[in-house]
Ligand binder design. Structure first.
Ligand code: 8X3
Length: 260
């Protein structure tokens, strides 16, 4: 835990799911001795999280602000507006991302194609480029990339989402190679099914359909992934947990999901 002390951690998409759980896990692992820069599209949820965390860990420093990474022109002004004590980002968690629909090619709403690529790829690349500048100057920092089994094994109905996560994967691995002569670590975590708002978003609010994804299984929960993120970031500085494929015990691929 002391390896995390005093670090500045920026988490995108921190208002729910894996992002929210990761904020809590960093706060807990560092016992409040950490600075969190939390952003998402919804400020009310972030403010709720902020007061909850500050009540539990009074020594925490938290900056909560609105950011939609898919609006790339807003990223630099957002980063420039951070108060000085939050400006030097040590850990960037690229968590914001989404799947929309399970439609087959030929029937995919072009707006969904654009939104998925803009959020999962274009926005992720844009914030990474900006945050990396300071990391390079300081010759330290961790970049944690939320990939997916979908980026390794494409499945029918997931063409666009899978393509965005495969893009993230190749971007991430090229980046690690570019940074091999630095102290900057690049980590990728590829989860299978995790029960969050992910499926509710994918099915555009259809709660029943979203629930059926996890029916009769014991899916991973957001905290499981948060623990792995914090584990990676709290290794000795010479250790890079380069990539982690993580399933619930019921799952072995997008196509192998045991429903007991
Ligand atoms: C989430 C995993 O397989 O539901 O990224 O697309 S999957």
């Amino acid at each position: 835990a002391s390896r995390l002390a005093g670090k500045v951690v920026l988490i995108t998409g921190a208002s729910a799911g894996i992002g929210l759980a990761t904020a809590k896990e960093f706060a807990s692992a560092a016992n409040g001795s950490i600075k969190l820069v939390l952003n998402a599209r919804r400020l009310d949820n972030l403010n709720k999280l902020k007061s909850e965390l500050l009540a539990a860990y009074p020594s925490l420093k938290i900056h909560a602000g609105v950011l939609d990474v898919s609006k790339v022109d807003t990223i630099k002004p957002y980063l420039d507006s951070l108060p000085d004590e939050f400006k030097e980002i040590d850990i960037l968690v690229n968590n914001a991302g989404k799947a929309l629909g399970l439609d087959k090619v030929g029937s995919i709403d072009p707006a969904d194609v654009t939104t998925m690529f803009e959020t999962n790829v274009i926005g992720m690349v844009a914030i990474t480029q900006l945050v990396l500048q300071g990391m390079k100057e300081r010759n330290r920092g961790d970049i944690v990339q939320l990939g997916s089994i979908a980026g390794r094994e494409p499945y029918p109905g997931g063409s666009i989402y899978c393509a965005t996560k495969a893009s993230l994967r190749f971007f991430t691995h090229a980046l690690r190679k570019e940074l091999v002569d630095t102290k900057i670590r690049v980590m990728e975590i590829d989860p299978g099914n995790v029960e969050t708002e992910f499926s509710l978003v994918r099915f555009k609010g259809d709660a029943e359909r979203a629930k059926s994804v996890y029916a009769d299984t014991e899916p991973l929960v957001a905290e499981d992934i948060a623990e792995l993120i914090v584990f990676g970031c709290s290794r000795r500085e010479n250790t890079v947990v380069a990539e982690t494929l993580v399933f619930s015990t019921n799952q072995a691929s997008p196509f192998h999901l045991y429903r007991g």
